[in-house]
Design a protein around this ligand. Sequence first.
Ligand code: MN
Length: 233
Amino acid sequence: MSSEIRDRYVFAPSAQAALPVRGTDRLFPVRRIYCVARNYAAHAVEMGADPTRELPFFFQKNPDNLVLDGLFPYPSATSDLHHEIELVVALAGGGRDIPAGRALDHIYGYAVGLDMTRRDLQNEAKQHGRPWEAGKAFEHSAPCSPLVPASEIGHPSAGRVALSVNGELRQKGDLDQLIWKVPEIIAYLSGLFELAAGDLIFTGTPSGVGPVRRGDLLEGSVEGVGTFAVRVV
Ligand code: MN
């Protein structure tokens, strides 16, 4: 660290969270992580919610919750830790009130992510009308694959989304089942928040979520984007 930085801050600033870009030695610096809830009808039903197209709603994780080394440490304070496989969108630009028709222009690329969830704490929060952070935004709660630039793969709007645990298929859906499509998500989010380069959006999970245990191997895939594996330790 330079002496200038050492002199300016009262302690060393945290490291910049970042995702590797597949096939390169470059990093995508992460600014914020937004997550869409209940964006596949079959998952909304399994969560006891109405699958009709109500307005989307969002929660956030923290950039330093990202896990890139393939190891997911089982978290504290839960006995019902769930996997949620999701398409992740990475923004190269942002702004406010982005029209859906221009939304794809702001996308840098895509990744495969896991929205790991302390379901017991999330359910308790829902029952009491409390925020979801304890269920969603804990340490290591966002394992994510390297990013793949849209310049290489385009903008996937259909394709299988799947997750297996120890070789057994648990979650299966298709991007064409997203209730709110990626351009609509960006348009709606940008009416609530000022989006910017570095923002990630977890777009929601298909049905089949369930608990994991230490030692489990989670293998996720989004057709056209990639695959990745995480070991629960
Ligand atoms: Mn989710």
